[in-house]
Design a protein around this ligand. Structure first.
Ligand code: M6R
Length: 588
């Protein structure tokens, strides 16, 4: 998704901006650009496509500039709509969505101003250019007119040694070292040994002026102090390590991601959280996409083992659902990136209504971590491929650990989690057999994934993975629900993947297998119940090690991730950078 970088200091800005943009590339974008200011002149280079297309910008002279990677929301991906946008000597880069852009634009056009893009963002440059006063005050006044979300970095030909930054509901961090001052939309783009990094809070502004330390201001423009963020400067984009794609590499890292993310919550560092768990009456789990699916798995495990009422919500729905948050609610916000706008907003709403917030995230110092009362880290390591894989399994390890702690707090017991985790490597080896299934999926019209109980959540995740990178239509469905309408879609061109790990439910799910087979579907089985095999109706199967059924998505997700991966590459897609998608979804 969109990324911001900015620099002012002693060095040439262009190479620093381009390096910063490269570090943001993994997030997904469709155009890029930089602007450098020199002797009152703004030089702007923008391109549709990759950052490497900005090569010509490297030679720009000037010690102050901003850069951007754009993921189109308003206006097509094109050079014309790429940032930076310049109007009246003011240059901006913007992440977020300006919801009242149309009305603001109409007012500017009524004054005779001409727009040069179709974006919602350009209006910010127009508004700032129309304000009086210095750049900070002009930006402040302009921001007061904006509805929606923004992280913005602003240059002005009138103040050639200053970048002004502002944020609302979209992250922004500031860095400084002896070479100068930096701004970026996330920590990896500014992280460097010896560099101090500070995060802007919602509604704050920052002024980066050459030769001075950064200054920060609250929503009323009162100067505020800032704590430095402690981060891992060594953490950089990992190499592919001999793998063709990050996605395959990251799937191969699932066993380590799981074992590192198992967590003993009775240990000292979690004592405050444990205290809260003992008094927790309800769980509200908020998340998006894959993280929502791991949230469903927590809902299931917490209810089963701790007998605590738990509900997983899609964060974008929760935030507008006027939720009832009873006293004693713990809101568990699950997010790989810790920057997903909807998850942040849902967690903030739960907090506002009295819940304590527990962040379950893979990125230390992320916005989610900073706004939460407690943190349960997942330790999957940096995930680059847009499709979440190892982070899902790591979330499950952490969330099942949480379910176990909730159960113990109620003098109940959960099945041993370590036993399930120890099967992950064996499951990964078995999962490779799905490679032989590919010919059945290449010409498919659509694909169904079926399961009951925890297998249903795995089915949802398998379906999302397949859609996301193979672009095949698919649905994850509760096995028992198919016959209530959707079975009408099943024919010889709809392969069905059935997931069966709970011996108590195996016969029930196998009934659905019989039903779809009878309608001509080729059936593929992922199971840990040997009694389901052999079955004449099953075209091919993967037999996984047994574990407690509630924990099984930690294993069944592996053949599902690999299936999506192999189908995607067989269809000629780049699984690391699927079309239209971004790694970190920082807009609503
Ligand atoms: O960073 P988050 O976990 O908050 O991201 C949530 C979703 O955007 C993410 O899981 C998305 O669904 C994945 N690309 C799916 O593979």
């Amino acid at each position: 998704m969109c990324g911001i970088v900015g620099y002012v200091g002693e060095e040439r800005a262009a190479p620093i901006l381009l390096e910063g943009l490269q570090r943001l590339e993994y997030r997904g974008y469709d155009s890029a650009g930089i602007a450098v200011l020199r002797e009152g002149q703004l030089a702007v280079v923008r391109r549709k496509g990759r950052v490497k297309g900005l090569g010509a910008a490297r030679s720009l002279e000037g010690e102050i500039g901003v850069g951007h990677t754009r993921w189109a929301t308003h206006g097509a991906p094109s050079e014309r709509n790429a940032h930076p946008h310049v109007y009246g000597g003011v240059c901006i880069v913007h992440n977020g969505i300006i919801e009242n852009a149309a009305a603001l634009r109409a007012a500017c056009e009524a004054r005779g101003e001409v727009f040069s893009s179709d974006t919602d963002s350009e209006v910010i440059a127009h508004l700032i250019a129309a304000e009086k006063g210095d750049l900070l005050h002009a930006t402040y006044s302009a921001c007061r007119k904006l509805a929606g979300s923004y992280a913005v970095a602003v240059l002005s030909a009138a103040e050639p040694d200053t970048i002004v930054c502002a944020r609302r509901a979209s992250p922004l961090v500031v860095g400084c070292d002896e070479r100068g001052l930096y701004v970026a939309s996330d920590i990896p783009a500014v992280a460097a040994a010896g560099r101090k990094v500070y995060a802007l809070a919602d509604g704050e502004f920052a002024v980066l002026r050459k030769g001075s330390p950064p200054r920060f201001f609250d929503g009323a423009l009162k100067a505020v102090g800032k704590q430095e963020i402690v981060y891992d400067a060594a953490e950089d984009i990992p190499a592919k390590g001999g793998f063709r794609h990050y996605m395959k590499k990251e799937i191969s890292e699932v066993p380590e991601a799981v074992s590192r993310s198992l967590c003993d919550l009775s240990k000292g560092e979690f004592s405050d959280l444990c205290e809260v768990l003992c008094h927790t009456q309800y769980l509200h789990i908020v998340a998006c996409g894959t993280a929502y699916h791991s949230g469903l798995c927590l809902q299931y495990a917490a209810q089963k083992f701790a007998r605590i009422p738990a509900e997983a919500f899609i964060a974008s729905e929760y935030r507008y659902s006027d939720p009832i948050v009873p006293p004693g609610t713990l809101a568990v916000a699950v997010s790989q990136s810790g920057e997903t706008a909807d998850t942040l907003a849902a967690a903030a709403l739960a907090k506002e209504r009295g819940a304590k917030v527990l962040a379950v995230t893979n990125v230390p110092c992320s916005s989610l971590e900073r706004m939460s009362d407690f943190v349960l880290p997942t330790r999957a390591g940096r995930e680059i491929a847009v499709a979440a894989t190892k982070s899902f399994n790591a979330q499950l390890a952490a969330l099942y650990s949480l379910a176990g702690a909730l159960a113990r707090g109620r003098e109940r017991a959960a099945p041993p989690l370590a036993a399930a985790a120890s099967c992950v490597r064996e499951a990964l080896a078995a999962a490779e057999q799905v490679r032989g299934w590919i010919p059945y999926f290449l010409g498919a019209r659509s694909v169904f994934f079926l399961g009951r109980g925890a297998d249903y959540f795995a089915a949802l995740e398998g379906s999302l993975k397949l859609k996301e990178i193979s672009y095949l239509p698919s649905e994850g469905y509760p096995a028992g629900e198919l016959k209530h309408g959707t079975l009408a879609l099943v024919d010889g061109r709809t392969p069905v993947v059935a997931i069966v790990t709970d011996p108590a439910l195996a016969d029930k799910t196998m009934n659905a297998v019989h039903e779809v087979y009878a309608r001509g579907a080729a059936v593929f089985l992922i199971t840990s119940v040997p009694a389901c095999l052999p079955c004449a109706e099953v075209t091919a199967s993967v037999l996984l090690p047994k574990c407690a059924p509630a924990y099984s998505p930690m294993l069944t997700s592996l053949p599902l991730q690999l299936l999506a991966y192999y189908v995607a590459i067989a269809r000629g897609n780049d699984p690391d950078k699927p079309r239209n998608l971004a790694k970190s979804v920082t807009v609503e």
